[in-house]
Design a protein around this ligand. Structure first.
Ligand code: HEM
Length: 442
């Protein structure tokens, strides 16, 4: 056994059960027992040195080429493909990142904000009134529409792209099926690639994505918009275009955005169990202020980060948590544990958006989007999207939770979502909601 920091001595297969069945409580238990640096040995995932000290996380995020790619989620390899920005090593990673960043940053965020509001309004009109429904799938519809618009431009509404929308929904449903998640945990990523269900769903998505790529390639100056046209026209420094593999992997990466919809579902799950905060949010939105809206999004991302760890491969030895870790070690900056630490957040287990009103979060104590050169390249885009959706919902509809108790976190294919999928009942704003219900303190 190497000199990795101590951790649970359970067999790998049992650690895999802990990680796949109840990962968050398990991480918390290990943190209490072993401190800020400990090693998990998980079957199909390997050995991970978990880092819960922001100073260590800073060291990893700012280590430049001393760290390389590793993926926390074994599904990501087959799903995204080796030419995805998320899986490319330097220097290719940075070249690709620079190419894509302008589409999800700065002016692009402002330019798309009205589109995000329109998508949310259209979706809310379809919600049932007065009967329970699950919010998470509705949020998946919104985020899918938004990312389709970003990737394909106004064409995303054309009947030509409807089959792709349906196929992406089919793929997401397949990946989030509890049985398939259990098989993945038990048999590893190899099973996914061999599985007929996955191959059929993914094959259908790839076929539709590449058909659109071919269409845009055939007419590169045809006025088509969106990331896909930009990528089709892009060239490497030597003048060569992106290959079909590059295009497939990049487009599937963008189109499989999962964290935004689960964070939105969590935002409502948390808010609706705190009616005073719902009211404060509504007042903030109606006053056109936005500081509480911003704080609600930040606090949800703190308390329910949809991605609880990111991982890196050490390409050089590094001293972390008092341990000399050799090159080749997988280290895992733990978003969940840092966000739940009383040393950084008093009353860390409570949902208190107030903690972020007029206060910016710390660079290494608030890391829902990861950090360093691999920080989520759509972080500000996703924050804007969540704020637009929250704003439109607050203005137009009254939601209440079906159950008073908190929903537990459940592992989905790409992120963590509420286990009841965010069960709510909607009422139009004009009418009174059906009476206050006692809500459990959380
Ligand atoms: C609440 C929403 C989101 C959260 C919490 C989130 C979180 C993350 C995290 C934790 C990483 C890994 C960072 C690391 O390894 O340090 C990441 C990377 C990435 N995300 Fe997001 N993400 C969100 C939304 C999105 C959206 C909407 C898109 C695009 C449509 C997107 C595209 C990407 C890409 C392309 C990367 C790879 C960046 C790189 O390797 O350079 N994300 N995201």
């Amino acid at each position: 056994m190497s000199a990795l920091p101590p951790g649970p001595r359970l067999p790998r297969s049992l650690q895999a059960v802990g990680w796949t069945q109840r990962p968050l409580p398990w991480l918390e238990r290990c943190h209490r027992r072993y401190g800020d640096t400990f090693t998990l040995r998980i079957r199909h995932y390997g050995d991970w040195v978990i880092l819960a000290d922001p100073d260590d996380v800073k060291k990893v995020f700012t280590a430049g080429r001393a760290v390389g790619v590793d993926v926390a989620n074994p599904l990501l390899g087959p799903l995204l493909g080796p030419r995805s920005v998320m899986l490319l090593e330097e220097p290719e990673h940075m070249t690709r990142r620079k190419l894509m960043l302008p589409s999800f940053h700065g002016q692009a965020v402002q330019a798309d904000s009205e589109m995000m509001a329109t998508v949310a309004r259209e979706e809310i009109e379809r919600w049932p009134v007065g009967e329970p429904f699950a919010l998470w799938p509705r949020m998946q519809d919104i985020t899918l529409d938004v990312v389709m618009r970003a990737v394909f431009g106004p064409d995303s509404k054309s009947p030509r792209l409807q089959p792709l929308r349906e196929r992406l929904r089919g793929l997401t449903t397949w990946m989030n099926e509890p049985r398939n998640l259990a098989m993945l945990a038990f048999l590893g990523p190899g099973w996914v690639v061999r599985s007929r269900g996955y191959r059929e769903s993914m094959g259908a998505v790839e076929e539709a994505v590449m058909a659109e790529v071919r269409r845009r390639k055939a007419d590169p100056d045809g006025g088509s918009l969106g990331v896909v046209s930009m990528l089709v026209r892009a060239q490497y420094e030597d003048g060569s275009p992106l290959s079909d593999r590059d295009l497939r992997d990049e487009l599937v990466t963008l189109l499989s955005d999962g964290p935004t919809s689960s964070t939105l579902a969590w935002t409502f799950e948390r808010l609706l169990r705190h009616p005073d905060k719902v009211e404060r949010l509504r007042e903030d939105v109606l006053a056109g202020d936005g500081s509480y809206l911003d704080a609600v999004v930040k606090e949800t991302l703190r308390l329910r980060p949809p991605v609880p760890v990111v991982v890196r491969n050490l390409l050089e030895p590094m001293r972390l948590g008092g341990h000399e870790l050799p090159a080749g070690t997988t280290v895992a900056p733990c978003i969940h544990l840092i966000h739940r630490d009383e040393r950084h957040y008093p009353e860390a287990h409570r949902f208190l958006p107030e903690r972020f009103v007029g206060k910016q979060p710390g660079t290494y104590t608030w890391i829902p989007f990861g950090g360093g050169v691999r920080r989520c390249l759509a972080a500000s885009y996703a924050e804007m999207e969540m704020k637009r959706v929250l704003r439109i919902v607050s203005e137009t509809i009254e939601l209440r939770a079906v159950e008073s108790g908190a929903e537990r976190a459940r592992k989905s294919a790409i992120s963590f979502a509420p286990d009841q999928k965010g069960l709510v009942i909607a009422e139009p704003r004009e009418s009174e909601p059906a009476g206050p219900r006692p809500l459990a303190p959380v």
